[in-house]
Design a protein around this ligand. Structure first.
Ligand code: ZN
Length: 425
């Protein structure tokens, strides 16, 4: 549907560009304008300016520019309609609609969002209102997830049958092609379809403005030829590496605390959320990507990465260190005791103990140092050299030479060697 011209005008009049952009970047007043580090390209000195009077932003570094609507479209990857709706909500304006779409492309996007929502409602209803859903509900409750959390995240259940969702689509005469584009049903050779998600607890994945864009599914009864977790494939509305599970629901708390706790799985996320830890987010569905780090760093300058205490967790930690160092984000590594994940740890030891653990998070130099000393890898000169080498290897990912030098100095201090020997290395 098209938003009426009058409504668009009303939104443009009301939406103060400084208020909107301040949600994303730290604006500083400079004369008549506001300046900040540009959110669209990496830079060290601010070349991004905003004029409240003109209602425009412009970056002298990368050339990005426009009004409040184009800012949101560009930053949050929104359609025009989405951007206007987001602003209307923020500034309390009731929109009027007329028939028709702005363009075919917008129509397809709208359809994808709308059908995603329908699927979410279908799965949610299955969980709460069907016989089959009852065992899924029991599973969630046994794991400490209560009804309020189930409703806040619109958790659902995909029926065990091959055509649970497909029957729902047929009965309601929805277009199967759109569900196919979302990857929720898969076409068979005879032209019929079958469900992707079967017998799974469903975790809807929301965009940062709260539209359902994809789903994760955890199998309810383990089967050996079925993966434990399955995700929607990518679509026009879902790019895995650019999405964080839960961010829509927790971004205000993350912004308020200026710090985010990043976990890997859906259940880890829900478990922490359930225990009242609300500045959490999950990379669920993919291993951490640099885009996810950038998205999160726009909301919080400090990121706490949580890893399982086992060998796999240590490997993941090392991989994440290399990624994090390519960005300029502050981060700490929190490692759980052996054989624990965030979900099991918080259920066993409670919220306070978990928060203490986060508080004790290490910077990457201390983390690698401790890991090495636990493995007795600091007992002789050669092993010590190896550890220093690997630390310097990570540090070489840092782009800013000054930052690189500060880190090299910290490494030298940690190992009680001279800075020159480390920097020459
Ligand atoms: Zn720029």
């Amino acid at each position: 549907m098209r938003i009426s011209e009058d409504s668009i005008k009303e939104v443009l009049d009301a939406a103060d560009i400084v208020t909107v952009i301040s949600d994303y970047v730290n604006l500083r007043q400079s004369g008549r304008n506001f300046v900040a580090l540009c959110p669209f390209h990496k830079e060290k000195t601010p070349s991004f300016t905003v004029s409240r009077e003109k209602g425009l932003f412009h970056c002298f570094g990368c050339g990005a520019g426009g009004n409040v609507v184009s800012f949101l479209m560009k930053l949050e990857k929104l359609t025009f309609v989405d951007a206007i709706e987001t602003l209307a909500k923020k500034f309390g304006i009731k929109l009027k609609y007329e028939g028709g779409f702005n363009s075919d492309e917008d129509k397809e996007l709208e359809n994808l969002y709308e059908y995603s929502l329908l699927a979410m409602q279908f799965f949610h209803k299955n969980l709460l209102e069907t016989n089959e859903g009852r065992s899924a509900l029991k599973y969630l409750k046994d794991r400490g997830i209560d009804e309020a959390t189930i409703k806040a995240f619109k958790l659902g259940y995909a029926l065990g049958a091959w055509d649970g969702l497909y029957n729902f689509i047929k009965t309601n005469k929805y277009e199967p092609e759109i569900f196919e584009k979302l990857g929720l049903i898969i076409k068979k050779e005879d032209g019929d379809y079958y469900d992707r998600f079967r017998g799974r607890i469903i975790f809807p994945i929301f965009s940062t403005i709260g539209r359902v864009i994809a789903f994760g599914g955890r199998i309810l009864i383990d089967e050996k030829d079925q993966p434990k977790y399955l995700n929607s494939p990518e679509s026009r509305i879902y790019i895995k590496g650019k999405t964080l599970f839960g961010l829509f629901q927790t971004k205000d708390e993350i912004r308020r605390t200026q710090s985010a706790i990043l976990v890997e799985g859906y259940m880890d996320f829900l478990s922490l959320y359930q225990k009242g830890i609300r500045n959490v987010v999950a990379s669920a569905g993919t291993s951490l990507t640099i885009d996810q780090i950038y998205i999160l760093s726009k909301v919080a300058p400090n990121i706490n990465l949580i890893f399982d205490g086992d060998e796999a967790g240590q490997k993941a930690a090392v991989r994440s260190i290399e990624l994090m160092l390519q960005t300029d984000v502050n981060f700490k590594i929190v490692s759980l005791p052996e054989n624990e994940d965030p979900d099991s740890f918080i259920r066993k030891s409670g919220r306070e103990k978990f928060l203490e653990l986060v508080e004790d998070g290490k910077n990457y130099i201390d983390y690698v140092f401790e890991l090495a000393s636990k493995r007795n890898a600091l007992n002789d000169t050669n092993s010590k050299l190896k550890v220093i080498d690997s630390l310097l290897e990570y540090t070489s990912k840092v782009r800013d030479p000054l930052r690189r030098e500060i880190l090299a100095r910290e490494i030298a201090k940690k190992f009680n060697v001279t800075v020159n020997s480390v920097i020459k290395n």
